[in-house]
Design a protein around this ligand. Structure first.
Ligand code: BTN
Length: 323
């Protein structure tokens, strides 16, 4: 009911809406409305109450709770239910547990802060409180395990499209899972699966975004310089709006991938990619390939041509440019 209440207050932003009207439209008592208003105030909503007039929303926190996200959400399946944590070790871990407990596809785990965020190759991922976005989306795609890795690329296209929609910033994709602005990392994607032979039952798509951090709050490591959307844009961004847009973009791209494969999405991916035509070194569990990236395959592998002219298909690797 709190979601609907926030929705109503937002619809009437700039004017008072009476407790009676709210209680009628939401089908609950005026006391229940008052109690929920008190909860919202504690969460940072600025709500004025005036006798005989009712309630007026004056300001909202930049929250990531279900009701914040639902204000902007226009999806059919993804994100209809959200588990929100003010702080959690890793949204990825929670999503895996929920999947095992039978939570259906589309559920999203969101946190304002992660204390042990996971990156690729067992690295840490830092998610600062109140300024980053940490989300894990639960999917049940019924794909063969080898068809799961391109979902990272599908997600990268969805995230760059959503960033452009919400901030007007044109982000670049670095194969397979980094999103950069002006050469600095703003988003990391981690795709994990629970599979049985021949079938990926569950995919947990983890997305970490540097949204509103200042430069001092960002952790720069020697592999990657980082930046945040706010630093690049010069103004704070609405995290819930961005998250909802990512789900909306991902929903149609995911459906297209399940129906038609990667072929069409590959064109969208290539248009945003900065990973083609580079001299690079790709380190994976299968070894290191050095050469020039000449494209991606229709199953999402990076094609690297070595000095002997042999083209290698690299499915998952840590890629460093060698120019
Ligand atoms: C990477 O670039 O190495 C991937 C980083 C992925 C981080 C996200 S934040 C939400 C989700 N929860 C985690 O613990 N990790 C992913």
């Amino acid at each position: 009911m709190r979601n609907e209440l926030v929705q109503k207050l937002v619809e009437h932003q700039g004017e008072y809406v009476s407790g009676e009207r709210l209680s009628e439209s939401l089908g609950v008592s005026r006391t229940a409305i008052w109690k929920q208003i008190e909860v919202l105030k504690k969460q940072g909503y600025q709500i004025e109450s005036a006798p005989k007039k009712g309630y007026q929303l004056m300001g909202r926190p930049d929250g990531l709770q279900e009701h914040d996200i639902h204000l902007y959400l226009h999806t059919k399946r993804l994100g209809q239910s959200v588990s929100y944590y003010a702080t959690v070790p890793s949204t990825q871990a929670v999503a895996h547990e929920l999947a095992q407990a039978g939570e259906p596809e589309g559920h999203v785990v969101v946190a304002d802060e992660q204390t042990s965020g996971r990156g690729r190759f067992g690295r840490n991922w830092s998610s600062a409180a109140g300024t980053s976005i940490s989300m894990s989306l639960l999917l049940r795609p019924a794909l063969a395990p080898e068809n799961v890795p391109p979902l990272t690329l599908v997600a990268a296209v969805a995230v760059t499209r959503a960033i452009e929609k919400v901030t007007d910033l044109e982000a670049d994709i670095k194969w397979p899972n980094d999103i950069l602005l002006n050469g600095k990392k703003i988003v990391g994607i981690l795709t994990e699966m629970q599979s049985e032979p021949g079938l990926a039952n569950v995919v947990i798509l983890g997305i970490g975004i540097n949204a509103n951090q200042t430069d001092e709050e960002l952790i720069h490591d020697d592999r990657n310089q980082s930046t945040s959307l706010a630093t690049e844009k010069g103004e704070l961004i609405n995290r819930a709006e961005l998250l909802a847009n990512i789900l909306e973009e991902f929903e149609w791209l995911y459906d297209a991938y399940l129906k038609n494969g990667f072929k069409e999405i590959k064109l969208l991916w290539e248009a945003r990619s900065i990973s083609i035509g580079l001299n690079l070194e790709a380190k994976s569990i299968h070894g290191t390939v050095t050469g020039r990236s000449v494209g991606i395959s229709e199953d999402g592998a990076l094609l690297v041509e070595d000095a002997q002219g042999i083209t290698h298909k690299v499915y998952s690797a840590d890629v460093q440019s060698k120019n």
